[in-house]
Design a protein around this ligand. Structure first.
Ligand SMILES: NC(=O)c1ccc[n+]([C@@H]2O[C@H](COP(=O)([O-])OP(=O)(O)OC[C@H]3O[C@@H](n4cnc5c(N)ncnc54)[C@H](O)[C@@H]3O)[C@@H](O)[C@H]2O)c1
Length: 348
């Protein structure tokens, strides 16, 4: 394959402007070239053509598979379409970047991984929020040893209210309430704690928002082999909020209130994050507390890594196997919520 690699974005949705973001990231990567955007809704391809004048647009996905100038497709469609579109893309000989949530269950994730291997094509999951400025700062602090050995992580997001309409509310299309933000949170926790998972406990609640089939609140408590615990909650029923991140180490802790500082890629593809977190450390001279600014978000790095993999043999930024591990935890949490027992995650 030679540079620039011909790319297509499939799904140019209005909700988060995320087909635009994928297109803009591709356009900003010298080794990649945006050839086409496809969406089954003609209004959305008209919007894409307005933003990227030189592209072809398609409203029929098989046209993408037949376009020989396209080697890489980026799938930015509703969750329930991720597996079938990925399988079709591999059958057509394309490389695939698929948005999170990778798919609805582990069985589909395995089918996607195996199809990629059979066709000798790349499968990468778009866990781009590893590049958020707050997460980059948190990872840097944890890896520096400043708070000692991390043994407890809490991640919490959401609010109080029914989510807006559409497929995101329908469990058979979305995967459930955990599948929008949850994959980011699980990905962060796994990236921070490179340990085997020994069990997952889940607590799912359905009390109030009966107009949607998604759960009202979902929580997963993940136990790692070294005893570290990650406690991840997404809520539509959080009348009282928690900080986004609370991390405890043997010699200190990190509190990140969150609050939107990292949200921005709907309008820009890299950017200052504009927030800070509280770092507390304990040393021989007692307690120290400081505000530490977030780092810059470098979402675009993900796309250069994709190009480096395809052109120069570098690692896949987030492999299908890693994406499946994330889905496995969400699935185990739901199983545990039903069984009342701690469940094994299928991929440790
Ligand atoms: N990584 C992130 O930070 C982040 C942020 C926002 C959204 N997302 C992900 O992006 C994906 C899309 O979300 P969204 O908010 O843009 O949804 P959306 O509903 O706004 O857009 C989906 C688009 O896909 C189109 N579509 C549906 N089925 C299709 C098909 N079979 N072929 C072609 N087009 C099809 C629809 O017409 C629509 O325009 C989801 O996986 C979501 O989780 C990720």
């Amino acid at each position: 394959m030679s540079s620039p690699i011909g790319c297509a974005v499939v799904g140019y949705g209005p909700k988060h402007n995320f087909g635009w973001a994928h297109s803009a990231w591709i356009e900003a990567t010298p080794d990649l070239r945006l050839v086409a955007v496809c969406d089954i809704d003609p209004e959305r391809t008209t919007a894409a053509k307005r933003a990227f004048a030189c592209i072809r647009t398609y409203n029929h996905v098989p046209d993408v598979w037949e376009d020989d100038e396209i080697d890489l497709v980026s799938i930015v469609t509703p969750h329930f379409t991720h597996c079938p579109l990925t399988l079709e893309a591999f059958a057509a000989g394309k490389h695939v970047v698929v948005e999170k949530a990778m798919c609805l269950n582990v069985e589909d994730a395995t089918a996607m991984i195996e199809a990629g291997k059979r066709s000798s094509r790349m499968l990468a999951v778009h866990h781009n929020r590893r590049h958020d400025g707050n997460f980059r700062r948190i990872k840097q602090i944890v890896q520096s040893g400043a708070i000692g050995e991390v043994f407890h992580i809490e991640l919490s997001a959401g609010g109080y209210g029914e989510p807006d309409s559409g497929w995101y509310r329908e469990k058979h299309k979305s995967g459930g309430a955990f599948f929008f933000w949850g994959p980011h949170a699980v990905d962060w926790a796994l990236d921070l704690i490179p340990q085997r998972i020994v069990g997952v406990s889940g607590f799912f609640h359905k009390l109030l928002w009966h107009g949607m089939s998604n759960e009202d609140q979902t929580r997963a408590i993940v136990r790692f082999e070294n005893g570290t615990v990650a406690d991840i909650t997404w809520s539509h029923l959080a009348a009282v909020r928690k900080p986004l991140w609370r991390i405890l180490g043997a010699k200190g802790g990190i509190l990140d209130p969150g609050g939107g500082g990292n949200v921005g890629y709907e309008k820009q593809i890299n950017g200052p994050s504009g927030g800070s977190l509280t770092l507390v450390t304990y040393g021989e001279d007692g307690r120290h507390e400081q505000e530490v600014p977030y780092m810059e978000s470098d979402w675009h790095t993900y796309w250069q890594d994709i190009a480096d993999h395809l052109l120069r043999g570098g690692p896949v930024p987030v492999s299908g196997e890693f994406g499946r591990r994330v889905i496995g935890i969400l699935e185990a949490a739901e199983r545990s919520s039903r069984s009342g027992q701690t469940e094994e995650a299928p991929y440790e």
